[in-house]
Design a protein around this ligand. Structure first.
Ligand SMILES: NC(=O)C1=CN([C@@H]2O[C@H](COP(=O)(O)OP(=O)(O)OC[C@H]3O[C@@H](n4cnc5c(N)ncnc54)[C@H](O)[C@@H]3O)[C@@H](O)[C@H]2O)[C@H](O)CC1
Ligand SMILES: [K+]
Length: 513
């Protein structure tokens, strides 16, 4: 896993690299700028690269990029937006080094100067944003804001150094006018704000440039989250042994579906089986069972007697390894009674999704005996909640907008309050544990935003939770779901069916082992 840092942690990181690891800041800047220049040269070749530098260290990186491009046969052109007398020490050294190799700097000081920038951008291959990085602490205004608006309109590949100027480093919320990058080359470690759905819209593709800091530094200074990597999932999941039989691989009960919403139950079961469960049983309402019997081949069914909810669920859950509850299950009294009984009696892995989360958020004391809003820990056992922003907003009694503005904080808060692992869905799913661990899955494709996608995810996690700890099951589930979608979408950004996401999973598993 790759540590993801906040603004404050990034500052501590720099300080530690400089003071404890004795890597001078000017060396870090050189490594950052040279690494970025290599990447930009690969895109632009000999074509023009326009670099706009601020007066802080982000601008310093920009001067280093310019020098390396020029020395390797590129065609850099440098503008400075900011007062030369405000250049930081390292930025000044690198401005002078750029001038020393024959470079020039065009100062942008007033509106009409933008015309020169516009002319230079015409026909350029790349524009590099080196205006603000982790030092940004307020909305960009004045001439710098006009520069950003101009850069955002030109048809030139936009590359941001470290962070797109204008984006909040911690939340990914644009503070005002914000550079719209196609590619962000971030230095040393990914930053939190680059990985939220809002942040991603400004970040574009994300690449990390190593700047020569010893690898133990992030752990020394602490980090807020971790990026999930393929190797993590490969380490957790073991290949099946040759003597596996269907029950040793785990039998998952799926409490889902209701008349008119049978697809949800089928998709959960499909996801469960594709992710390696040995068997799946859909446990649902009698009329849903009747309708399912003509449709399912690989899945078993059991019905919940509305007059004997507890007894019929007990019978259906006997010898099951994990339970998934919620998709299409309903919000009526029998559904509530079923959920209350499962919460009170089932002590194995439990994945709560969709209607189960909505029922929980109504705060019915019969469900868990405790009120979430009072900050207690009502869910006992290895539980995983898989809300989207709207469901989490209901659970935390807030708005989706507030959740989206602080996804990391919201997921962490929900995990702390419920005592469950919380997977917050979205363009980048995040997984929070009650102990504060936070993991981000950046894999996936826009094609995953399709009806039933969440049902498949719940099913995949259900299968994994019968063989892994809940936190690992949720992380690995997010990975398999995303990669299954990528495999089946085959490059398309839409048109994917939820069942195809599940169908992509076995090939992803094969590649992992
Ligand atoms: N990660 C590393 O190890 C390295 C990072 N480097 C680069 O340094 C920047 C951070 O540089 P810093 O000088 O701290 O700040 P900025 O350049 O981002 O900003 C300059 C300055 O601007 C002021 N400011 C903040 N907000 C505004 C605003 N809205 N309008 C006007 N002025 C504003 C504030 O005072 C800032 O200090 C990091 O991102 C990397 O790119 C180094 O290369 C070393 C290695
Ligand atoms: K920048």
């Amino acid at each position: 896993m790759i540590p993801v840092l906040s603004r404050a942690q990034m500052r501590a990181f720099d300080a530690r690299a400089i003071e404890v690891a004795h890597v001078p800041s000017i060396v870090l800047m050189e490594n950052a700028g040279r690494g970025a220049a290599e990447r930009i040269l690969a895109i632009a070749g000999k074509r023009r690269v326009v670099i706009v530098c601020g007066s802080g260290n982000n601008g310093g990186d920009g001067f280093v990029v310019a020098r390396h491009l020029l020395l390797r046969g590129g065609d850099p052109s440098v503008f400075m937006c900011g007062k030369p007398e405000k250049l930081t020490q390292d930025a000044r050294i690198n401005r002078d080094a750029w001038v020393g190799v024959g470079g020039t700097v065009d100062l942008l000081q007033k509106g009409p100067d933008l015309e020169l920038l516009r002319i230079e951008l015409d026909g350029a291959a790349v524009v590099v944003d080196a205006m603000f990085g982790t030092g940004l602490d307020r909305a960009i205004s004045g001439l710098a804001a006009e520069v950003i608006e101009l850069l955002n309109t030109v048809h030139v590949k936009r590359v941001a150094l470290d962070i797109p100027s204008g984006l909040d480093c911690d939340t990914g919320v644009p503070l005002g006018p914000t550079f719209q990058a196609d590619l962000t080359l971030t230095f040393a470690q990914p930053k939190l704000g680059l990985l939220t759905p809002r942040g991603v819209r400004h970040t574009g593709e994300l690449e990390v440039i190593h700047i020569g800091v010893p690898s133990e530094v992030p752990a020394d200074v602490g980090y807020s989250a971790q990026l999930l990597e393929r190797a993590d999932v490969a380490r957790w999941l073991a290949p099946r042994t040759s003597d596996a039989h269907k029950y040793s691989a785990g039998h998952v009960a799926v409490l889902a579906g209701s008349p008119g919403k049978l697809g949800a139950a089928l998709l959960v079961a499909h996801g469960t089986l594709r992710a390696g469960a040995g068997a799946a049983t859909i446990v649902t309402w009698p009329e849903a069972v009747a309708a399912l019997q003509s449709r399912v081949l690989e899945v078993m069914t059991a019905s919940i007697d509305r007059d004997a909810v507890a007894a019929s669920i007990d019978a259906a859950l006997r010898s099951k390894r994990a339970v998934v509850i919620g998709p299409g299950f309903g919000l009526d009294e029998p559904a509530r009674a079923a959920l209350a009984h499962v919460l009170a009696s089932w002590r194995g892995p439990l994945v709560l999704d969709a209607d189960a989360i909505t029922l929980l958020s109504h705060g019915d004391p019969r469900l868990a005996g405790v009120d979430f809003q009072r900050g207690s820990f009502p869910l006992a056992g290895p539980h995983i909640l898989t809300p989207h922003a709207g469901e989490l907003a209901r659970l935390l009694e807030t708005t989706s907008d507030k959740i989206e503005s602080d996804r990391f904080g919201s997921a962490t808060e929900a995990a702390r309050r419920t005592g469950a692992v919380v997977l917050l869905k979205g363009a980048h799913s995040i997984i929070a544990a009650p102990d504060g661990r936070l993991v981000i899955n950046v894999r996936g494709t826009p094609a995953l935003a399709t009806a039933g996608s969440g049902d498949v995810l719940a099913g995949i996690i259900g299968a994994l939770s019968s063989v892994l700890e809940p936190f690992e099951a949720a992380c690995a589930g997010a990975f398999l779901h995303a990669e299954g979608g990528v495999a089946s979408a085959a490059g398309a950004d839409r048109g994917l069916l939820a069942s195809q996401i599940a169908d992509g999973v076995p090939a992803v598993l094969r590649e992992l082992f």
